[in-house]
Design a protein around this ligand. Structure first.
Ligand SMILES: [Zn+2]
Ligand SMILES: [Zn+2]
Length: 345
């Protein structure tokens, strides 16, 4: 594959200002692969990056952290998938030597942001995949199974986030699961729970998104009626990101049950007003979960390949890269029930 000198890319130029323009195609360094991006999605986190709330992201910045493509080149002396391999990307790469990395929890790397130590957060601290090409550390690549399309491969990171939350809960076959938040990750979690052998899976949310979610789960419950679920679920997984979502999650668990809070990944959401005896006398395990360590995305891809999960239906809109402003508006305004908007560079 030849590597052109210039490429089209989405560039976040400054807070709240972006453009699609020609920039130099990156050259892979040792330990990196150059990925020809074929499918790339936008997510609510990109909105926070564009707003300038991630202090570790420096403008101008090429965003994009939910993408898949084909290996076009490898850096010097780099061992990686052969050229032409289709890959999905997970976004956290740890330094590999700190205490957390050595536990496999590279999502919690103590050297966050220090690229000179090998840390990378693809699309956050280094350039991402809303471009024709992206440099990706080989450690972040997952070769896609034959049965997984490259477009579906763009869900590699999201599926890992959802699966990790369920693994945090030590979900057992036959257990009842409540998922709070019918966004992209919540819809992945509901499907993964079923694929892992859960009993009844219930999705809690509101409005058009909830109606759309009905086919991916056994039961949907409107958030306003969710108090009826109190004390019923073996496992509750929360991806709503609000204080109210966390409250419903904790109240939803049966005595001795497990609650995983995964929605509030940014600062500024308070722990809900809750009677502490709900947790203490309820004998609850209340856990936090962020991102997707331990290669969990690779296992998620195996479930995707088995056909147990449908992400294509969650990819509600498609645009070419040069129409990124339309793609962005469709996603941020949730036009036409948008869940995930895909861009083809
Ligand atoms: Zn995302
Ligand atoms: Zn580390």
């Amino acid at each position: 594959m030849t590597r052109p000198a210039r490429m089209r890319a989405v560039v976040f130029e400054a807070p709240e200002r972006f453009a699609v323009r020609d920039i130099a195609t990156p050259e892979p360094a040792t330990g990196q692969a150059l990925v020809r991006v074929e499918a790339s999605m936008v997510c609510a986190t990109d909105r926070k990056i564009l707003a300038g709330t991630f202090s570790r992201t420096k403008f101008p910045h090429v965003p994009g952290h939910e993408f898949a493509g084909t290996i076009a080149a490898l850096g010097p002396a780099t061992i990686g998938p052969p050229l032409g391999t289709r890959v999905g990307v997970e976004v956290h790469v740890g330094c590999g030597v700190c205490d957390r990395c050595r536990e496999g929890l590279y999502n919690l790397c103590r050297n966050y942001g220090r690229t000179e130590m090998g840390h990378a957060h693809v699309g956050f601290t280094i350039a991402g995949g809303l471009a024709e090409y992206a440099n990706v550390p080989v450690a972040a690549l997952h070769p896609l199974p034959d049965a997984v399309t490259t477009a579906d491969g763009a869900w590699t990171d999201n599926l890992g986030v959802a699966l990790w939350a369920l693994e945090r809960a030590h979900l057992l076959a036959g257990e009842s699961v409540v998922v709070i938040g019918p966004g992209a990750i919540g819809l992945c979690a509901a499907q993964l729970a079923r694929a892992m052998g859960a009993g009844q899976v219930t999705l809690v949310g509101r409005g058009e998104r909830l109606a759309r979610a009905a086919r991916f789960t056994d039961r949907v419950v409107d958030e306003r009626d969710a108090d009826a679920l109190a004390g019923t679920a073996d496992v509750v997984v929360e991806f709503g990101g609000t204080s109210e979502a966390a409250r419903l999650a904790i109240l939803g668990a049966r005595r001795g049950g497990r609650v995983v809070l995964g929605g509030a990944t940014g600062q500024g959401v308070d722990f809900p007003q809750i009677d502490l005896s709900t947790i203490v006398r309820g004998h609850l395990d209340v856990l936090g979960s962020v991102a997707n360590p331990k290669g969990v995305s690779g296992r998620a891809l195996a479930l995707l390949a088995s056909g147990a999960i449908d992400v294509a239906s969650l990819t509600t809109h498609h645009f070419p890269l040069d129409q990124f402003d339309e793609a962005w508006a469709t996603f941020t305004e949730r036009r036409d029930g948008a869940i995930r908007v895909m861009v083809a560079p």
